[in-house]
Design a protein around this ligand. Structure first.
Ligand code: FES
Ligand code: FES
Length: 158
């Protein structure tokens, strides 16, 4: 099938890419250098490939690149464009919510989507937002604590 051109804003920068209609956003983002988009199960089960698409957390392994045409993508690289960590990233570090770190980009982006929409989440809402992000190392207590701490630091969290 012939290639198509898509225009995507990635982490605030305009990009034009030639993709095949069946190319997955996960593959295209990684090919274009966004290595923070992690490849895990490739079947929608682990959340490692989570990105923001127009502000919503979506799984890049279940999204065609063509679906991002004309839309805004944020990857974990976009949270610290000048090398300064986002408060959510800092909270994950401070609360020891990262061990191997493989799940962290997806988890942090799921948390960001939640906090952008709901700055004062309950613990149950944080747990629900992170439910699709699997971690083989830390468990979930510390990531949940980190998200609540980041929300509190911004004046939210109940
Ligand atoms: S790689 Fe996308 S959900 Fe696991
Ligand atoms: S920190 Fe290793 S998978 Fe979550």
């Amino acid at each position: 099938m012939s290639a198509i051109e898509i225009d995507v804003t990635v982490n605030g920068a305009a990009r034009r890419w030639r993709v095949a209609p069946g190319d997955l956003l996960l593959d295209v983002l990684r090919r274009e250098g966004y290595g923070g988009v992690k490849r895990g199960c490739e079947s929608g089960e682990c959340g490692a490939c989570t990105i923001l698409l127009d502000g919503k957390a979506v799984l890049a392994c279940l999204t065609f690149a063509a679906q991002a045409d004309g839309r805004e993508v944020v990857t974990i690289e976009g949270l610290s464009p000048d090398g300064k960590l986002d408060p959510l990233q800092e909270a994950f570090v401070e609360h020891a919510a990262v061990q191997c770190g493989y799940c962290a980009p997806g988890m942090i982006l799921s948390a960001k989507a939640l906090l952008d929409e709901r700055p004062d989440p309950s613990e149950a809402e944080v747990r629900e937002a992170l439910a699709g992000n699997l971690c083989r190392c830390t468990g979930y207590v510390k990531p949940v604590e980190a998200v609540l701490a980041a929300a509190r630091a911004k004046g939210g969290a109940r």
